[in-house]
Design a protein around this ligand. Structure first.
Ligand code: ZN
Ligand code: ZN
Length: 448
């Protein structure tokens, strides 16, 4: 075949592909919406039940079982509990389901299922009144204040739709209910327990998160770097204790801590390329016991945000250099230099939404949800451990999109945000859009 012939052939086949995709999406969109409307009452009940009975990270036993039970009813092969935490005293209640439907791509759809230690103040009839014991044996109130209950109901709705239209797609669908997103470690725990060995390695991984910055009916996307690396760092500034009236006999760690905190403000402003992103926040400082005692040590807790490996490494290096040398400059002896500990077990890697996967999914969103309901968003320095699913040796392209949860027409400045005791998605339209969007995203990859 000559060059001219080949391009002609290519043009015709591409054109017919575009036409058939457009036709399919109209039919699909109509069918999907009809099925969602039919399923919605039961899905809403499932959501409200989860909302009223939240479970803390590491304790999601009932939620895991509820989800597994519903997925089994749909004919999925369900395994739970799945996951291994480094701390062997904890059970990981991950749920993995698989539906094989001919040879085609493998797509992973993930939801998080855990809740937060927050006292709910929404006042709705299905508000949580739950109190439970956390990992440190303290009794705390529990609330779904990040919408993971909505994500879980959305995953179930997507499963219901896809199970009901198996003639419309081909491939292997793996769905995951992931624990401990809020504490970090849930994604790593299922990967450590063989998510990519015991089940097929996905060609793509998808997730969604509710978003109070968007109105119900809207979805949001951010290609490339979308969410940040999170490091949690403990610093112990060690001085030499003394009487408060005789400071010259000690080395005051309170004053040194104040200098360290001020000096850390130069890490991003003076050491990081201004077009890059970095955050260093000292979120906690504790030291001393009484007015007239210079303590031995002061403890700081920092959170550090970045997108790239290079910026992250530079920030961590600068924090160490500045902290150690500020202490040296204050006359702290070499054997009392600060102890700096990065809690790597709580590290969240930055989320990189695969640009090609985003582009193709967003095109499908526009067709099904309407151009005006698909919103490009800026990256955020919040974090998400969904990123982990793209960071193994398999380099799976991942995409987490957002689903609007705010009442249409509500004032953005008064909307409660994530982790607020007042955060509450408007149930029906949030769930409806979430299910349609996730089903669309899957069918875009597996549809036939
Ligand atoms: Zn959260
Ligand atoms: Zn969340």
């Amino acid at each position: 075949m000559g060059q001219a012939d080949f391009s002609h052939f290519w043009m015709i086949s591409t054109l017919s592909l575009v036409i058939s995709l457009t036709l399919i999406s109209h039919v699909l969109a109509r069918d999907m919406k009809a099925i969602v409307d039919e399923k919605l009452p039961v899905l809403l009940e499932f959501y409200k039940d989860l909302h009223a009975s939240p479970e803390l990270s590491y304790f999601e036993k009932e939620t895991s079982e509820k989800l597994a039970k519903e997925l089994r009813k749909l004919g999925f092969e369900v395994t739970n509990p799945v996951g291994k935490y480094p701390d062997k005293s904890l059970t990981c209640y991950g749920v993995v389901t698989i539906m094989e439907n001919g040879s085609g791509p493998t797509v992973l759809v993930r939801t998080d299922i855990d809740a937060l230690p927050i006292l709910e103040k929404t006042g709705v009839p299905y508000a949580s009144k739950v109190r439970s014991t956390d990992v440190s044996q303290e009794e705390v109130p529990v609330m779904h204040a990040c919408g993971h209950d909505m994500h879980t109901a959305t995953l179930l709705g997507t499963a219901q739709l896809l199970a009901g239209m198996k003639e419309r797609w081909i491939g292997t669908l793996v769905m995951l209910g992931q624990t401990a997103e809020e504490r970090g470690g849930g994604a790593r725990a299922v990967l450590a327990d063989g998510l990519y060995e015991r089940w097929p390695v996905p060609d793509y991984a998808l997730a969604q998160h509710g978003d109070p910055d968007l109105e119900t009916g809207q979805v949001g996307y951010c290609p490339g770097w979308a969410m940040a690396n999170i490091d949690m760092i403990d610093i112990t500034i060690r001085g030499i204790g003394a009487h408060g009236a005789r400071p010259h006999q000690g080395r005051d760690p309170v004053v040194i801590a104040a200098q360290v905190i001020n000096n850390l403000q130069t890490v991003v402003s003076r050491s990081i390329d201004p077009v890059e992103t970095g955050v260093v926040t000292v979120g906690s400082i504790h030291g001393g016991s009484k007015h007239n005692i210079i303590p031995d040590e002061v403890k700081l807790q920092l959170t550090v945000r970045s997108f790239t490996d290079e910026v992250r490494a530079k920030i961590l290096e600068e924090i160490e250099r500045i902290t150690v040398n500020t202490c040296r400059a204050a006359g702290v002896p070499e054997d009392r230099l600060p102890v700096i500990h990065n809690r790597t077990e709580e590290f969240f890697p930055a989320l990189y939404n695969d640009p090609e996967l985003v582009e193709s999914t967003v095109k499908a969103f526009r067709e099904v949800l309407g151009e005006e309901n698909v919103v490009r968003q800026r990256p955020t320095t919040a974090g998400e451990d969904f990123s982990e699913f793209g960071l193994t040796e398999h380099k799976v392209p991942v995409f987490m999109f957002r689903v609007g949860t705010a009442a249409a027409g509500s004032d953005p400045s008064t909307r409660p945000g994530w982790h607020s005791p007042y955060y509450l998605p408007v149930p029906e339209p949030s769930l409806r859009t979430g299910v349609i969007a996730m089903t669309t995203a899957v069918l875009n990859l597996m549809g036939k």
